[in-house]
Design a protein around this ligand. Structure first.
Ligand SMILES: Nc1ncnc2c1ncn2[C@@H]1O[C@H](COP(=O)(O)OP(=O)(O)O)[C@@H](O)[C@H]1O
Ligand SMILES: [Mg+2]
Length: 251
């Protein structure tokens, strides 16, 4: 029996619907503390919805979600989130440093302003992603890879225990991909838990200790070597209609 307290994230019997149509169906998922875990599934299979449910952004229809064995209590500094690039509003009027400083907001007291210490932590985070020379640049005036590094710096500044990244490697150059991967591996060696939605099946074995395959439903979860089999990949990517029909039959 899996004990939720040993897991950074524990999701049981999760069903999530938009306009009464389920897009996640009776799904179980967990992430052990200190793992670098990849989530794999085709477009529209509910990956982003799962992350938003864990973050409390979307309210599930049914199911339970525990963070370190506790109900998610909106303590924002516990989980750092790097959203999918397509969902970010780049017209937001702010520069790189202020985006990173936002990572500190969960640590401030009510109406508190960032302190010199907060600014120092934000500066260090920018240096970790090699973006300190862009501190005063508007975020819209950066390449895709640079923008992704700034959002990772914001997550680092948050000093969270869990990092959740939605397709951080989509549409970026290989150099940025390696910088981000190295940082994620460093975080893991500090005992952090990192969950990454990933689209490139060819790099899963190299990047992730654990892999979760999903398509509306749970397909397989475990050490990557064990679960990334041709059968599980086929089940994940080749039978979307089967799963859709199954969902529709059940409602
Ligand atoms: N805000 C929304 N309103 C209605 N349907 C949505 C919304 N967001 C996502 N969906 C639908 O839910 C399904 C799962 O979406 P999503 O979780 O974004 O998948 P993935 O991240 O795996 O591509 C898709 O069919 C998508 O069209
Ligand atoms: Mg998505």
């Amino acid at each position: 029996m899996i004990d939720p307290k040993n897991n950074a994230i524990f999701v049981k019997d999760l069903t999530v619907a938009y306009h009464e149509k389920p897009v996640i169906w009776d799904l179980d998922f967990f992430a052990e503390k200190g793992t670098l875990l990849g989530i794999i599934g085709p477009n529209g299979s509910g990956k982003t919805t799962l992350l938003k449910s864990i973050l409390g952004i979307i309210k599930p229809t049914t199911g339970s979600i525990k963070i370190f064995g506790q109900p998610y209590n909106r303590k924002l500094h516990n989980i750092a989130y790097v959203p999918q690039k397509s969902s970010v509003d780049w017209s937001f009027p702010t520069d790189v440093f202020d985006v990173v400083l936002m990572g500190r907001y969960g640590h401030l007291s009510l109406f508190g302003r960032p302190t010199a210490k907060d600014r120092e932590i934000a500066q260090q985070a920018l240096e970790m992603v090699n973006m300190d020379q862009f501190a005063t640049r508007h975020i819209s005036q950066l390449s895709g890879g640079q923008q992704q590094r700034v959002f990772l710096a914001r997550a680092l500044a948050q000093q969270a225990d869990i990092f959740i990244l939605d397709e951080p490697f989509a549409g970026i150059d290989i150099v940025t991909e390696q910088i981000i991967l190295k940082l994620l591996q460093q975080l893991r060696s500090q005992g952090k838990t990192i969950i990454v939605v990933h689209h490139d099946i060819t790099t899963v074995k190299k990047y992730f200790d654990w892999t979760f395959l999903m398509n509306i439903k749970h397909i397989a979860l475990g050490p990557t070597q064990t679960v990334l089999t041709p059968e599980n990949i086929a089940l994940t990517f080749c039978a979307p209609n089967l799963f859709n029909d199954d969902v529709n039959d059940s409602i």
